[in-house]
Design a protein around this ligand. Structure first.
Ligand SMILES: Nc1ncnc2c1ncn2[C@@H]1O[C@H](COP(=O)(O)OP(=O)(O)OP(=O)(O)O)[C@@H](O)[C@H]1O
Ligand SMILES: N[C@@H](CCO)C(=O)O
Length: 293
């Protein structure tokens, strides 16, 4: 086996009303450096020296995918590095799942297609909104119907992204528990109208309208806002410094603003001063998705 390096970007799902169906790849990365070795070695920020490799989430995914293809992982030495914070709404689980799928793909020479990886990743994650952009890059609108995933990569967006990462975690599972099980027809019709308009506005480069409608989501934001520290403050202050719109990133607690191209720092600097315990920064959209070298 030749040594290889897997790189997977982080992602921000939902973009307001695109609940479970819209997401954007961003330039924070999980990487795995892999070489064949006499025995298993997994150097990872999430494993201590006493932990067994078999407990590692990425190893478990890779093993499952290899077994699904009647194959066995060769013993490897893996070094993981990541600047994607865990359980903060930046798709860490989707990036780790894809890294595991690609690890099995490369190490066992499974020759998986991109659609196979999307299908497997979505089965594990439950929805394609982080998996699809982390795999393909850019802004992806995707939907899972009858076990079939249809998706579209939008043309590049001309915006800066500003993210506000608090120093607390929020597990997706907990943030899904506060959501209603169902919505009335009226509610769903208005909510999907808002979502349709966000997509149409983004595709038309009408970022002002997109930002306005992003902030009117009716699928998840209002139910989750109490779980998100400084929710109202961040939205208000970001807008006053020029952001088009600010929403919860994925299931939170990170929030993300769309800002005019070149105007990200104008939003980020005063917000960082206001929120000293946060990591506030300007990110770019990653257009490549998962890569292997
Ligand atoms: N690199 C990794 N190594 C091991 N486990 C990981 C890794 N990345 C994510 N995980 C697991 O996934 C969990 C976080 O997943 P969760 O879905 O709650 O949040 P997220 O994916 O970061 O955010 P969101 O889905 O809202 O964008 C972590 O607590 C950890 O169990
Ligand atoms: N669409 C998902 C993203 C996080 O996995 C949610 O909001 O729960």
């Amino acid at each position: 086996m030749r040594p290889f390096r897997i790189s997977v970007p982080a992602s921000s799902a939902n973009i307001g009303p695109g609940f479970d169906s819209m997401g954007l790849a961003v330039n924070l990365y999980l990487t795995l450096e892999v070489t064949q070795s006499e025995k298993w070695e997994f150097n990872s920020p999430s494993l201590t020296s006493n932990d067994n490799v078999e407990e590692h989430f990425i190893y478990q995914i890779a093993k499952k995918i290899a077994e699904r293809h009647h194959s066995t992982l060769p013993t490897c030495k893996i070094t993981e590095t990541s600047d994607i914070p865990l359980a903060r709404g930046l798709g860490s689980s989707a990036s780790a799942i894809l890294a595991g799928i690609e690890l099995a793909n490369q190490a066992c020479e499974l020759h998986l297609s991109a659609e196979d990886k999307l299908q497997y990743g979505t089965e594990i994650e439950g929805h394609p909104d982080n998996i699809a952009p982390a795999l393909f890059g850019g802004l992806i609108i995707s939907t899972l119907t009858d076990n079939e995933i249809n998706w579209l990569q939008a043309p590049a967006l001309d915006v800066d992204l500003v993210i506000y990462i608090p120093d607390v975690e929020l597990k997706t599972e907990a943030a899904r528990q506060v959501l209603p099980d169902s919505y009335s027809r009226d509610h769903a019709a208005t909510a999907s109208g808002i979502s349709n308009l966000v997509v149409a506005a983004l595709l038309s480069s009408d970022y002002k309208l997109a930002g306005k409608m992003m902030e009117q989501d009716m699928f998840h934001e209002s139910y989750r806002s109490e779980l998100i520290p400084n929710y109202d403050l961040i939205r208000k202050e970001a807008k006053s410094h020029g952001a088009y719109g600010t929403v919860i990133s994925g299931a939170g607690p990170t929030m993300i603003s769309f800002a005019p191209k070149g105007g990200g720092q104008t939003v980020a600097e005063p917000l960082q001063a206001l929120l000293p315990n946060y990591r506030v920064g300007v990110l770019e959209i990653d257009m490549q998705g998962l890569t292997v070298e």
